[in-house]
Design a protein around this ligand. Structure first.
Ligand code: IMP
Length: 195
């Protein structure tokens, strides 16, 4: 059994990763290590933030550590909110959605293309690192739809016409940026294990 610590407090993400890695792996989370360092996500790229967290956790625990960073990149806004997705506006997910729709204004449907991006970094205590990235293409609609998920899901419409918030958890994992990045990681560690 190989062990890794996933630098997240989000149990849903941990369960999604466990299901994809299979029984050969023991996945621990930040919750199992009460004295972990607080890591500021101040890097200009998703990969930079993921690497910063993964290396800090690998060093602090002596275990192989995985960290993710994700966000929404809107083409008409030159990639915003990007790495600032969580902090784009103070308040709730609804406040951030309202700000994004306000910034987009009356940009026509054909120019509202966007993608969710998820970068993963797997780091070893001796400083080795490896990355995967998953993306999910869609477009930003004007009126939120759906009640599942979180964040910008209700305004992100997939090519088949449903928003991310209209998908079940398993349906979302099959098409999402995070699901794609997790599957790429699972393939990678099964082919060329690091650590
Ligand atoms: P984190 O990398 O999990 O901290 O996510 C950063 C931010 O990006 C979140 O707070 C959301 O605003 C946004 N985000 C990332 N993934 C998703 C998703 O699957 N759905 C909706 N919003 C997301």
């Amino acid at each position: 059994m190989r062990t890794l610590v996933f630098a997240t407090a989000n149990l849903g993400k941990k369960e999604e990763l466990e299901a994809l890695l299979g029984p050969g792996w023991l996945v621990r989370s930040a919750a199992d290590f009460p004295k972990l360092p607080e890591v500021e996500e101040d890097q200009p790229t998703f990969e930079g933030n993921a690497a910063k967290k993964a290396h800090a956790f690998a060093k602090a625990t002596g275990l192989m550590a995985l960290a993710d960073d994700s966000g929404l990149c809107v083409d008409a806004l030159e990639g915003r909110p990007g790495v600032f997705s969580a902090r784009y506006a103070p308040g709730t997910d609804g406040d951030r959605i309202a700000k994004l729709l306000g910034e987009l204004g009356d940009v026509p449907a054909g120019q509202r293309t966007a993608r969710f991006v998820c970068a993963l970094c797997l780091a070893t205590p001796d400083g080795k690192e490896t990355f995967t990235r998953g993306t999910c293409e869609g477009r930003i609609i004007g009126t939120p739809r759906g009640t599942h998920g979180f964040g910008y899901d209700p305004i992100f419409e997939l090519p088949h016409g449903k928003t991310m918030a209209e998908l079940t958890r398993d349906e979302k994992s099959a098409v999402s940026h995070r699901g794609a990045a997790f599957r790429a990681l699972a393939r990678m560690v099964s082919l060329s294990p690091i650590g």
